[in-house]
Write a new protein. Sequence first.
Length: 335
Amino acid sequence: MTILVTGGAGYIGSHTCVELLQKGCEVVIADNFSNSSRDVPARIARIAGKQPQVCELDVADCQALEQIFAAQHIDAVIHFAGLKAVGESCQIPLRYYRNNLDTTLTLLETMERHGCAKLVFSSSATVYGPKNEIPYVEGMDTSATSPYGWTKVMIEQILRDYCAVNPDFSAVLLRYFNPIGAHESGLLGDDPNGIPNNLMPYIVRVAAGRLPNLTVFGGDYPTRDGTCLRDYLHVVDLAKGHLCALDYAQTHTGAEAFNLGTGDSVSVLELVRSFQRVNGVSVPYVIGGRRDGDLAEFYANPARARDELHWTAEKSVDDMCRDAWHFIQTRLSEA
Ligand code: NAD
Ligand code: UD1
């Protein structure tokens, strides 16, 4: 099988490329490196013992994408490429709509020209919007509270509309909860540029002394310790979910959504304490005000992924904390 992985140099894409290569797939990465570094494919190869093919291009560039499909038979596509910062999407919405929708439409048109009919799409738990009850179940209505979230809702709809008139097409919509952690080798992980927006990269930088303290966004939520609860899952478990989705696409058609989460919820303070205990480091924090748009609690009902994709998250919060810390230490020792 030859799998095109758009955004394959990014955080989740790179871990997924490792799993694909280790399973014996040929991997073609299409990435413009707008949010990843050019040394990632070599790191993937070091872990997997096999090189991915790398095509530096914008996935919205129809001619560049056409060349990939013309050069080889692509059996299936995993589509990670997209912009993902919720706050930034509120500041520059057009860039988010343009990038996330254009990449998807260009990809679908190119796949159609070449008879490629299997797509796994990176969706998000954010499509459950602010009103659904927890735990989230796939049949619930979707909505969003940010332009980023709306791009995911819209792309899911585009894929449902496309599948409705293309009965041989399979679109697996994977709704990720909160992926954290890193590859146990220390070679791949989440290393955003600038000051991180998300919790784990922030914790890691504080522990490493690169930022003075963590601000916990809100200590007065109606939760067991007053801080927000989330369904954190290890990025390697998440990567493996994509291989299960590809298997599913071999025998199913239509657009089908699956939650990829553990079904458990962990508070901000619980994550901080686990990180400190597992790694023997200190993470100073202060309790600050709530962040706009945050929900007190959400987590997955992961039953559909378990029953139909035959996927369950296996790694613990301790694994996530240990691997995230190992990754940043490896990064710092290389610098
Ligand atoms: P990432 O930013 O690390 O990876 C995305 C990759 O896509 C990057 O390598 C970037 O350079 C590339 N890219 C972006 N626009 C491109 C374009 N036009 N052409 C070619 N390459 C392009 O993000 P990630 O965390 O790995 O997320 C991957 C996908 O999963 C995204 O679609 C994201 O919205 C979705 N998702 C992520 C999370 C999360 O917590 N990380 C949660 C839910 C959904
Ligand atoms: C956010 C996005 C979600 C996206 C996900 C991964 C929102 C509303 N949702 O999820 O769409 O899929 O990122 O990119 O933005 N926190 C702190 N201090 C910090 C950072 C975070 O206390 O410095 C808290 C947050 O308030 C939240 C929790 O940690 O309660 C997790 O935050 P984060 O990692 O940003 O993920 P989400 O907000 O759940």
